[in-house]
Design a binder for this molecule. Structure first.
Ligand code: PLP
Length: 440
């Protein structure tokens, strides 16, 4: 909202030195847009601070501290601070068969409906859903290796954002981490030595995708198919949740930026016994973690006491079910917002940018590079188009009715259209038009 558009309300008895401050109730009644108890709390705080005149500002600041839908014009498609994958979902306010078997009328498994869909989607024997991928890894290690050893390459003992650090996850799971190989090179023979070394009790070999960085140069890693020859269960944490490296739901060939990104179908086909991934990265769904693989191991995870603490509610399961059905129906390119953004042709982005510039009366069209984000596919980008305006106008764009989150580059503000749904172009246009009336 522009500064000039805010409705100024008169505050009661705001006299300075002579008068008394207004009552909490009288002040609270001048506020709008928030429930009364919050307005009272803010009024009380303003009076206690001797700053009655800041009340309206405090109400506005509080309102903006609530979860707010925004337009992501950063060009980072999966922006962790903006909740990663954008997702539309609705369902009726009606009970659903979360743990109920319609065939028998008895209690059913919470994992069944969505588990069977993800098993089909990935070619796995079984699947289960937990809160996020960090929970999936924690549960898998606890269920398969509690009190035993987990072999991990030194090149994969990674930290993913938000304090997910492999050594600490192992510790919390009650397993012991056995480092294998070196930071840049780990061979099959290194794993072989670790599995036979006296004193080691390797329950699982774990392959972890270093999602958020890339090591170049004199590097060597051991593939899942090689690890599968060791005779020890292989768990692959692929991270981002790319279902199939061939992306059969897209029109053309797999986009270049996906090269090297591990996928669930291929990880299982290569011999991983379990694969874990996030649902809100390249999968494009709600926050959840998915475990797919051999029935025996999935069942051990489901039976572990931690599973109860890490389970998802019906809301998330329902959204995941819709998502899995969209993939299975080959509707992902149109029905999954993330893949819709990826699939938007560059000339369509350019036409949208032209329309926005013409309607807003401000800005020039620039070529940009958008990023998948959320620590997926590090060091890669996809071609995009943006609208560029001089100066740093980020705060004003954030202040728009529906906030627009952009980026600055070389002293200019860039609104990248690849991360913007075409349906939101009108919001971007209005936000830019409001800047056109104020000189930078
Ligand atoms: C993102 C990621 C995680 C953490 O997943 P969350 O769903 O954010 O908990 C774990 N491992 C890898 C390899 C990742 O990329």
């Amino acid at each position: 909202m522009g500064e000039g558009t805010r409705v100024e309300r008169r505050l009661p008895t705001m006299s300075g030195t002579s008068g008394r401050p207004p009552s909490v109730d009288a002040l609270a009644r001048t506020g709008t847009g928030l429930p009364h108890p919050i307005l009272v709390e803010l009024a009380r705080a303003a009076i206690a601070d001797g700053a009655v005149e800041t009340y309206t500002e405090r109400v506005e600041a509080y309102r903006r501290s609530l979860l707010t839908p925004v337009v992501n014009a950063t060009g980072v498609l999966l922006h962790t601070n903006l909740g990663r994958a954008p997702l539309a979902h609705s369902q009726p306010a009606r009970p659903q068969t979360v743990e109920f078997d319609l065939a028998t009328g008895e209690r059913g498994s919470r994992q069944r409906a969505v588990g069977q869909l993800f098993a089909t989607l990935t070619g796995a024997e079984a699947a289960m859903i937990v809160n996020n991928n960090a929970a999936a890894v924690l549960l898998v290690v606890a269920a398969l290796a509690e009190g035993r050893d987990v072999a991990v390459s030194r090149g994969e003992s990674v930290e993913i954002g938000g304090a997910f650090r492999v050594p600490e996850v192992m510790e919390q799971s009650g397993a012991r981490l056995v480092d294998v190989g070196t930071t840049n090179r780990t061979r099959l023979s290194d794993y072989e030595r670790a599995t036979v070394r006296p004193g080691n009790d390797i329950a699982v070999v774990m392959k972890i995708h270093p999602s958020n960085y890339r090591v170049d140069g004199f590097v060597e890693e051991t593939s899942i198919s090689e690890l599968a020859t060791l005779g020890v269960p292989v768990v692959a944490d692929i991270g981002s949740g790319l279902i199939d490296a061939n992306v059969p739901w897209l029109r053309g060939a797999p986009p270049a930026w996906l090269a090297g990104e591990p996928a669930a179908v291929q990880a299982l086909a290569d011999g991983a016994d379990l694969v874990t991934f996030s649902a809100d990265k390249l999968l494009g769904g709600p926050q959840a973690g998915i475990i797919v693989g051999r029935t025996e191991f999935v069942e051990r995870c489901a039976r572990h006491p931690l599973a109860r603490a890490l389970r998802c509610g019906g809301l998330v399961l329902n959204a995941l079910q819709d998502l899995a059905l969209a993939y299975l129906d080959k509707r992902a390119a149109t029905d999954v917002a993330f893949w819709r953004m990826v699939d938007e042709p560059i000339d369509v982005l350019r036409r949208r940018a032209e329309q926005i510039v013409a309607a807003a009366g401000i800005g020039s069209i620039v070529d940009t590079l958008a990023l998948p984000g959320a620590g997926s596919a590090p060091g890669v980008s996809m071609p995009s188009v943006g609208v560029s305006i001089p100066g740093d106008r980020l705060a004003e764009l954030r202040g728009h009715d529906t906030p627009v989150i952009a980026r600055t580059r070389d002293g200019r503000t860039v609104v990248d259209l690849r991360s913007v749904d075409a349906a939101d172009d009108a919001i971007v246009t209005a936000a830019l038009a409001s800047l056109a009336t104020v000189s930078p």
